[in-house]
Design a protein around this ligand. Structure first.
Ligand code: SME
Length: 200
């Protein structure tokens, strides 16, 4: 990423071979993350790399991005909550952690996701990857975009093993992700976790 090489060139994939595209994307991420460790910068470029890699492969990905863990827990319930959503009031009572929308490519998305809710909150709470071949069969799926049919969420862990966020990719077709796609996303999430200062 020096001299005559433009940063935007990292978003251009000249092959439609899946292994090559993913190897190139990971190499670009390694090179980009070497120069600084600010989480927002790295998540923004990682979202771009994913988006253009999936596009080069002709996949029908409609959203690729991140949610980051907000250190402040939900506030204790106020009197106003007693009239509101009982689930939200309970989440507040136990002081649940939340995920906030981070850098992404795609359409406007849900801004706050509570740990344990939706695919993102489930992956964040469990600390493990969740692959959803058909979102209609995942109870509690949060439909930010009604046209999404399948989804993969991978938790991002820091060096100490704490969950700092999740990587989330949505697809317009059922069963849109295979094992190679999931392995790529897990490699990228692992690299991100190790390459950032999580000074949130
Ligand atoms: N579907 C996710 C919400 C985030 S959007 O897909 C961008 C979920 O169920 O957690």
């Amino acid at each position: 990423m020096q001299g005559n090489v433009h940063h935007a060139d990292a978003s251009t994939f000249t092959t439609a071979d899946k292994s090559e595209v993913y190897e190139t994307a990971i190499s670009s991420a390694v090179a980009l993350f070497e120069s600084q460790r600010f989480w927002a910068t790295n998540l923004a470029n990682a979202a771009s790399l994913m988006w253009h890699a999936f596009d080069a492969l002709g996949m029908h990905v409609n959203w690729a991005g991140f949610y980051v863990v907000q250190p402040r827990r939900l506030q204790k319930p106020s009197d106003a909550d007693t009239e509101g959503d009982k689930e939200v009031a309970e989440d507040k009572r136990v002081g649940k952690r939340t995920l906030m929308l981070g850098p992404f490519m795609g359409k406007v998305a849900c801004q706050i996701i509570i740990f344990g809710r939706g695919v993102c909150g489930t992956a964040a709470e469990a600390g493990t990857t969740v692959v959803v071949p058909d979102v209609e069969k995942f109870p509690g799926h949060i439909a930010c975009d009604g046209s999404t049919k399948s989804e993969v969420v991978v938790p991002i862990l820091d060096d100490a093993g704490a969950v700092r966020g999740v990587l989330d990719v949505d697809c317009l077709v059922v069963d849109g992700f295979d094992e190679t796609d999931v392995q790529f996303l897990e490699s990228l999430a692992g690299l991100i976790g190790r390459s950032c200062e999580w000074d949130l």
